[in-house]
Design a protein around this ligand. Structure first.
Ligand code: NDP
Length: 330
């Protein structure tokens, strides 16, 4: 390892968060038993919030953001990993409470890492990243609560985003009739290329009329919250569930108890941050099988570290499509 390496650093002064790309020494890295040479990180919605200094995502400054990364182990005092191993990290508050992936090196706890799946390379791993892990965790959780491909249609909200795009592709591969809700009608061809069989306009899902609508969905991956979650809840089929993953459209949900007491519906909370290592490995195994490689290529946009800050504004304004990969060495 060279003495210094490139890192994107966030600082705060008088309530203003600034970002700069600096050469820093390895002695500034936080504690951890594994040093990873980072190849790629992702730019998720939460990274957008962190870079823009919003929603108190970052717990202290200076912070290297980047909630996920893939790379190669350079040093390890853990028996689980040795130099040369390729690894992936998603979650655990990295990029929020512990320096993250927007740097050429990261030092982390071995328990947070998983070995890279043999059929996935370092770039593909971040094209999947937190978004793909969250989408698959949502699908597995819905399956555990009875969702089956031969039942009613599956709905994905915020379908053109990172979690949404990957959920559409994986549900379609699993044999579901996937309805993709989006505020971007111009993304119809893209969503159909991922396997969506119908595109639903945002306004059509927003609640209107009574507390219950036609029972349509056999399962919902909701990345938006707010009105989209409320709209999905009033149109779930009997016994079906919503996996609530995100809040890109708002925290507050106006609903009634009727979906729960008249249709036996469930809201399943999805938190991909603290998922134990064994379940994470199982999630990556499922992704390796159930996510078509063509979908990875279609959903991925690669940017250099220097563009991360400007891309953050775009993701917060819902002006990005698919999942963004940050090449920290470009
Ligand atoms: P993206 O920004 O890539 O996708 C979010 C999508 O939501 C947008 O592309 C847009 O889709 C839709 N959207 C955005 N704003 C609105 C709005 N005001 N009203 C309705 N729809 C809107 O984000 P990610 O895919 O990275 O993350 C999605 C959500 O999931 C975020 O809230 C994120 O914080 C959360 N998340 C949660 C995780 C967990 O463990 N629970 C892990 C990862 C992410 P379209 O244009 O197609 O309508």
């Amino acid at each position: 390892m060279t003495d210094t390496f490139k890192a994107l650093i966030l600082n705060e002064r008088d309530g203003q968060v600034t970002s700069s790309i600096e050469q820093i020494g390895r002695d500034r890295l936080p504690e951890g038993d594994v040093l990873v040479r980072v190849a790629y990180s992702g730019l998720n919605y939460k990274d957008g919030l962190a870079l823009a200094g919003q929603n108190k995502v970052v717990r202290f400054y200076p912070m290297v953001p980047g909630i996920d990364f893939s790379g190669t182990v350079e040093e390890s005092s853990s028996e689980q990993f040795k130099p040369g191993d390729q690894v992936v990290l998603t979650g655990w508050g990295v990029g929020e409470r512990h320096w993250g992936g927007y740097a050429q090196y990261a030092r982390v706890k071995s328990d947070w890492l998983v070995p890279l799946h043999a059929d996935i390379d370092l770039k593909q791993a971040m094209a999947i990243g937190t978004a793909g892990v969250t989408a698959m965790l949502a699908i597995i959780t819905l399956e555990e609560h009875g969702m089956r491909p031969d039942g009613h249609e599956a709905l994905v909200t915020g379908a053109s985003g990172g979690v949404g795009s990957l959920a559409v592709a994986m549900l379609a591969r699993l044999g579901y009739q996937v309805v993709a809700e989006t505020g971007k009608p111009e993304m119809s061809d893209y969503l159909k290329s991922l396997g969506a069989h119908e595109i639903l306009d945002r306004a059509a899902l927003a609640p209107s009329g009574g507390p219950l609508g036609s029972a349509r969905w056999g399962g919902v991956v909701d990345t938006v919250g707010g009105e989209m979650l409320a709209g999905a809840l009033r149109t779930l089929a009997y016994g079906a569930s919503v996996a609530s993953c995100g809040n890109a459209g708002g925290f507050t949900v106006n609903t009634t108890v009727l979906p729960f007491i008249l249709r036996g519906n469930n809201v399943l909370g999805i938190d991909s941050l603290p998922v134990p290592q064994a379940r994470r490995i199982a999630i990556w195994d499922r992704i390796a099988t159930d996510l078509p490689r063509s979908a990875i290529e279609r959903t991925m946009e690669v940017i250099p570290l220097e563009q991360a800050r400007s891309k953050a504004d775009q993701i917060l304004a819902a002006r990005t499509t698919g999942h963004i990969v940050v090449d920290v060495n470009a």
